[in-house]
Design a protein around this ligand. Structure first.
Ligand SMILES: [Zn+2]
Length: 55
């Protein structure tokens, strides 16, 4: 695969069961973390609320 930004060769990275491609040449990354970010955010918000109510 080629980088859409610099046409360099992309590296495939895998984190657990999530894999992504990144370009080591220009730093481009096609990171499919939006789904992960969305599922993590409510969790941290809930933790923040819990901390707030505990005080
Ligand atoms: Zn690139």
């Amino acid at each position: 695969m080629e980088c859409p930004r610099c046409q360099g060769e992309l590296e495939e990275l895998s984190l657990g069961d999530v894999s992504t491609i990144a370009c080591p040449h220009c730093g481009f990354a096609d990171v499919p973390v939006e789904h992960v970010r969305e599922s993590e955010q409510p969790e941290s918000w809930r933790e923040a609320f819990n901390r707030f109510y505990e005080q």
